[in-house]
Design a protein around this ligand. Structure first.
Ligand code: E4P
Length: 220
């Protein structure tokens, strides 16, 4: 399973990408607003740090302007993925872009039927938002299971399921068990995935016992 970071925080991207475990980045207009930075400057910076897919969202509501924005953003770097909304205009744009081998991430997906249409439109990624479904009392992970089942029924679909709006490490675990292709997670959730209290306790014991041996693996 690929791990993307859902952030515009350059410091976090730089630091966490050093693990070698970050496969890509997703951004959205809200995250850009939160950063207070210029969108294109931000994208250029991210693309110097991350060679995997970097999602950049168009903001126009209509197909013609969306397409112009998409071509503009796609010029920034070869790893830019154009993020389009899960609307009729968005999927029309997705089809044109995917026919030209430009990667597309269809965002704001809340139903399996939407995911079916996005796959037909040639999306590289579909982004179902699990947390926002949980927020309204539904089970976002049911949507991941449904999309997985549908996509597996049609091997011609090449769209990857990119689980978005992840709120906790349990969402990541469940997504992996359901066979999601990608999760996009905020940096703090990525950091939490490394941790277990028994790892810390065990490491402490090993360090203390090693000191008792008075040995060093590397001699000074
Ligand atoms: C995905 O691409 C979105 O940027 C993101 O996961 C949305 O998450 P939120 O519901 O926490 O805003």
């Amino acid at each position: 399973m690929k791990i993307f970071l859902d952030t515009t925080d350059i410091t976090a991207i730089a630091q966490l990408s050093e693990t070698g475990l970050v496969d890509g980045i997703t951004t959205n207009p809200s995250l850009v607003a939160k950063s207070g930075q210029n969108f294109e400057v931000l994208l250029r910076e991210i693309c110097t740090l991350i060679k995997g897919p970097v999602s950049a969202e168009v903001t126009a509501p209509d197909h013609a302007t969306m397409l112009k924005e998409a071509f503009h953003l796609a010029k920034i770097a070869p790893n830019i993925v154009i993020k389009v909304p899960m609307t009729q205009e968005g999927l029309k744009t997705c089809k044109v872009l995917s026919d030209q081998n430009i990667m597309v991430n269809v965002t704001l997906c809340f139903s399996a039927l939407q995911a079916l249409l996005a796959a037909k439109a040639g999306a590289t990624f579909i982004s179902p938002f699990v947390g926002r479904l949980d927020d309204i009392g539904l089970d976002g992970l049911d949507l991941i299971a449904d999309i997985r089942e549908i996509y597996d029924n049609y091997p011609a679909f090449k769209t990857e399921i990119l689980v978005a709006s992840i709120r906790n490490p349990a969402h990541v675990l469940a997504s992996a068990k359901l066979g999601a292709d990608v999760v996009t997670i905020p940096p703090d959730i990525f950091s939490k995935m490394f941790k277990h209290p028994l790892t810390d306790i065990g490491l402490d014991i090993f360090e203390k016992d090693w000191e008792k041996t008075k040995q060093q693996i590397l001699k000074a």
